[in-house]
Design a protein around this ligand. Structure first.
Ligand code: FPP
Length: 241
């Protein structure tokens, strides 16, 4: 049940997407290695998932690892993948009990065996859950996603003798990783950076963007509530007057 809502239910976004930025800077300020920041970043996740469930937000999508992040130092990539496995083994039961349904946006085939297997287990376990739809963008890039959808539709037209002129927005949306999900209402980026970084370009067509100065490990339900208040104060017109 929704409780202690930071904004009235009628203004609550259905779909919140978050670019979790600033783990490295958070760690650096404390004289610690970047992996220390990522570990703190993982810990910051759970209260946000619980807040979404409590406040009646239907969909939460977080940017965990982009197609570009493979270019980071090998140690850091390994630490991130290891954290993912650890996170699943520690938190999956609780997420499952809370009815959270986990989905991955991105190409899981490009993910190393151990994290891929742990993730596949989590997807299987939670696939029929009725609660918060929690999407983790992993090995994800929006341009790649759009190109992949385009290829799938082109292939379908060729194979089934269909005319490309008949492709609809609905067809295109169904070919994206976010098939069946509502568009993003609110995109939050932490750490003061103000860019979209190849995240959900199509799905954010009419999203409101809220940039908060806190680094991701300091992103608490209180900071989240503040972002929601900013969002609720915006005048969304969807191209109309
Ligand atoms: C950005 O900080 C964060 C990432 C690269 C994503 C990693 C996110 C987590 C570990 C938390 C989420 C966990 C799960 C299980 C979904 P950065 O390294 O870019 O920071 P910087 O800009 O300060 O260097």
């Amino acid at each position: 049940m929704a409780e202690n809502l930071p904004i009235p239910q009628e203004f609550m976004p259905k779909h919140v997407a978050i670019i979790m930025d600033g783990n490295g800077r958070w760690a650096k300020e404390r004289g610690k290695p970047r992996s220390f920041g990522h570990r703190a970043g993982v810990e910051a996740m759970e209260p946000i998932i619980e807040a979404c469930a409590q406040w009646g937000i239907e969909v939460l999508t977080v940017y965990a690892f982009s197609t570009e992040n493979w270019a980071r130092p090998k140690d850091e990539v390994n630490a991130l993948m290891g954290l993912m496995v650890e996170y699943i083994s520690k938190k999956l039961d609780r997420l499952h009990q809370n009815g959270v349904r986990i989905r991955i946006l991105g190409d899981l085939n490009g993910v190393p065996d151990a994290p891929r297997r742990a993730i596949e287990g989590a997807l299987e376990k939670t696939r029929n859950n009725p609660g918060l739809k929690y999407n983790v963008a992993l090995n994800y890039g929006s341009r790649q996603e759009i190109l992949r959808a385009t290829k799938a539709l082109a292939k379908k037209c060729a194979e089934e003798g269909l005319s490309p002129d008949n492709i609809t927005e609905q067809d295109f949306e169904a070919a994206l990783y976010t098939e069946g999900l509502p568009p993003v209402d609110l995109l939050i980026r932490t750490s003061g950076e103000e860019r979209i970084s190849n995240f959900l370009l199509y799905q954010c067509a009419y999203a409101e963007f809220v940039f908060v100065p806190e680094y991701w490990p300091d992103f608490s339900p209180e900071v989240f509530a503040r972002a929601l208040k900013t969002y609720a104060g915006r005048n969304r017109r969807f191209g109309k007057v």
